[in-house]
Write a protein that binds this ligand. Structure first.
Ligand code: DGJ
Length: 719
């Protein structure tokens, strides 16, 4: 709900569980409050910054802009904190003074060419500066079922000369106090999204990506949580970007005791020049709030993703259970090897076979073939049809791997169009995994990709696509872009990518698309608008997956991160974990297998059918349940997830002991979130406990019996 009180010039935005208030004073759009519902008709302007010290720059009779909480901080009129917006006039002027000029309420607001949250009502507030010749429309979308606000900005050159944008973040959030810790998610290939919590310091702390991808190194998410906040208690604010290219999020502990959280497109190597009348849209950023600690904040993001971002046709529907041949064969396969995997899947509950990298062009290793989306006839002389027919004969669907944005120098595509690969004049392009990136900012390159991929999808019965992307962009430059677009290549790449998604993914509504980027290196809210799930990580070791899936869940629901059972010793880190644990951890997301089923020991193979039946029985918990992180593997010796059905009729608890210690202390793992008054039966033991008991003391655990990486899984049903 969006309200404007004309008398006090106050906006109150109400989402379920959170309100956001702002007001206009001296023409400035000031932030007043974001948090748990309160009476926003109380005069919150009384909490504004105090009259400034005489050293502060300000107009007579006003409070310095350095003291106030601002909705759209810009540079040049006394606010010395990090600005959200920075411009340069034709003569290099940097001063801008944005003042309230009007507002409107729109429904079904969408961003042009970029993904955004689906919300019913959006407030658009216009700020303008006639001297600089710029107006900024700030968009605020509210949600009636999630404590979150989505924000973006549209910048228009209203002057007569050129206007250069040198920073265009999506949003800024000023909080009136600085009692917070900052949580961000850092990582790398095979160890994506590791949580890192540090006190907010005075000064600017930032995380970013300069890779033309949201990246594994840092994830476009940050949370400010009260210093003593836990998983279950304390105020927590989060910011996540609906964006998949180079980004930045900054947090500034200011000298007046306030904190500013802001971010959007990375302003590193970015600028955009607008001619008179031209506009520029920022991507969307989402702020969420919870007074129920970090866990509550995560659940707010989870609901937001499932209800307002993920493709509605797939968001909460049962997922394919796949067997993928990557770790089974890598590039070394023929019909015989693939058929043995497909045959072994029959009757196991696995319903989709996914043929990974290596089926096309001259692809026998990673040195050749990318870009040539025609079947590798040396390997598969009769094409894909025999594989698809074999799948259908065994009751399976068929999925196929693509890496549409890439090209190997050793490919027909590169030989025909060497200029289509991104490079910078005078520099030999760097290879990464022996491949280059196609310049998808160019329409003719996109047209080619769209027709090549769509042709394969049209000519073959393909139910599932895994869309991979295995390198970052270097030598940012586009030979074809006009000078203006070259200034913001990384953003143009994002726009090109989203155009590809629309023309391939949305044009094939019956195909299920899984995102991937050398594991989970492009896992963000922008991708999730197109892909219901993303390959979480190339690390399939259950031990590492406990860490990776724990960190990923800070912002992203279990339904979005695919998890596969693979063989031991694990191919990435050599670790051996019990088969049952690999299965338990892989059941905490859309599940599958990444191994040669025909080579599994018979006792493991015999378990697969039962494993998949078990997964299907409670898949709704993965797709739409509330997640409680009940044991933190970064803080102790156990990983624990509890998934609770929204109606609290059932739950599933998974605990993994990491390293065994002789005679170790038994942890108590409380299980919150169930109906305190209701009794629940534990399927595995038959024991019955009430929700309040479970929330206080958890379940009895046979902790001492558990060895390294043993898992305990308990399914609870309300009786
Ligand atoms: C990286 C992906 O994460 C893997 O699952 C696999 O698809 C390889 N690429 C194939 O090259």
């Amino acid at each position: 709900m969006i309200c404007f009180d004309e008398k006090s010039a106050t906006f109150t935005l109400t989402s379920k569980g959170a309100v956001y208030s702002m007001g206009v004073t001296d023409g400035v759009l000031e932030h007043r409050y974001f948090g748990a519902p309160i009476h926003c008709d109380d005069d919150l302007s009384l909490f504004r910054g105090e009259a400034a010290a005489s050293f502060e720059a300000r107009l007579p009779g006003t409070v310095s802009q350095n003291q106030i909480l601002s909705e759209a901080p810009a540079y040049g009129r006394g606010d010395f904190r990090e600005p959200m917006l920075v411009f340069r006039g034709e003569a290099g002027e940097t001063t801008v003074d944005l003042k309230y000029a009007g507002h409107r309420i729109v429904s079904d607001h969408e961003l042009d060419g970029m993904p955004s949250c689906r919300g019913k009502e959006t407030l658009a507030v216009t700020l303008s500066d006639p001297v600089r010749g710029v107006s900024v429309e700030l968009f605020y979308t509210v949600f009636d079922d999630v404590p979150a606000i989505a924000r973006s900005a549209r910048i228009t050159n209203t002057g007569e000369g050129k206007l250069k944008i040198v920073r265009a973040y999506s949003a800024a959030l000023d909080l009136p106090d600085n009692g917070y810790d900052l949580i961000t998610l850092y990582g790398a290939w095979t160890r994506e999204r590791m949580p890192e919590r540090t006190p907010v310091r005075h000064g600017v702390t930032s995380v970013d990506a300069k890779r033309v991808s949201s990246s594994a190194a840092q994830n476009p998410f940050a949370a400010l949580v009260e210093k003593n906040a836990t998983e279950t208690a304390g105020r927590a604010y989060g910011m996540a970007l609906v964006y998949s290219s180079s980004w930045k999020i900054s947090c500034e502990g200011a000298q007046n005791g306030t904190v500013r959280l802001l971010g959007g497109i990375n302003d590193f190597a970015f600028s955009k020049t607008l001619a008179p009348g031209e506009t520029f849209d920022t991507p969307e950023a989402v702020f969420a709030f919870s007074s129920d600690g970090i866990g509550g904040l995560s659940r707010a993001f989870h609901d937001l993703v499932r209800e307002h971002i993920a493709p509605p046709a797939f968001a909460k529907t049962p997922r394919p259970i796949v067997v993928n041949n990557w770790e089974a064969t890598y590039f070394d396969f023929d019909y015989g090897r693939l058929f043995s995997i497909i045959d072994a899947a029959e009757g196991t509950g696995i319903d989709t076979f996914v043929l990974d990298d290596g089926w096309f062009g001259a692809r026998n290793d990673d040195s050749a073939g990318l870009g040539d989306w025609t079947v590798n006839l040396n390997k598969l002389p009769e094409g894909l049809t025999p594989i698809i027919e074999r799948c259908h004969a065994r009751g399976l669907k068929f999925g196929l791997w693509f890496e549409p944005e890439m090209v190997n120098p050793n490919s027909d595509l590169y030989r025909a169009h060497p200029d289509w690969a991104i490079s910078c004049p005078g520099y030999e392009p760097l290879l990464s995994r022996r491949q280059l990136v196609l310049d998808i900012t160019r329409p003719e390159v996109r047209d080619h990709i769209v027709s090549a991929v769509n042709r394969v999808l049209k000519e073959n019965a393909i139910d599932y696509v895994k869309w991979d992307s295995n390198r970052n962009v270097t030598e940012l430059f586009s030979d074809a872009a006009d000078e203006n677009d070259r200034e913001c290549f990384a953003h143009e790449y994002a726009l090109g990518l989203y155009d590809l998604f629309r023309r391939i993914i949305f044009a094939n509504p019956g195909v299920f698309f899984e995102g991937c980027s050398g594991g989970g290196a492009r896992f963000d809210l922008g991708m999730l608008a197109y892909f219901p799930q993303i390959w979480t990580s190339d690390d399939t070791d259950a031990g590492m997956r406990c860490l990776i899936q724990y960190g990923t869940s800070y912002a992203y629901p279990p339904s979005t991160g695919s998890c596969h059972v693979s063989v031991c010793p694990n191919h990435q880190n050599g670790r051996t974990t019990p088969f049952a644990t690999r299965c338990a951890v892989a059941h905490l997301g859309p599940t599958g297998y990444e191994l040669d089923l025909s080579k599994l020991p018979p006792e493991e193979r015999a378990q697969i059918r039962e494993q998949n039946e078990r997964y299907r029985r409670d898949e709704d918990l993965v797709l739409s349940g509330d997640l409680y992180r009940v044991a933190d593997p970064f803080a102790g010796n156990a990983f624990g997830f509890l998934l609770v059905a929204k109606d609290k009729t059932k739950a599933a608890f998974t605990l993994v002991k990491l390293l065994n210690e002789t005679n170790s202390e038994r942890p108590v793992v409380p299980l919150p979130g169930l109906d305190p008054a209701a009794a629940y039966r534990v399927e595995e033991t038959g024991a019955v406990f009430h929700g309040d008991t479970l929330a206080a003391v958890g379940l009895p655990l046979e902790w001492k019996k558990m060895r390294d990486f043993d898992a305990a899984v308990c399914h609870l049903t309300r009786v």
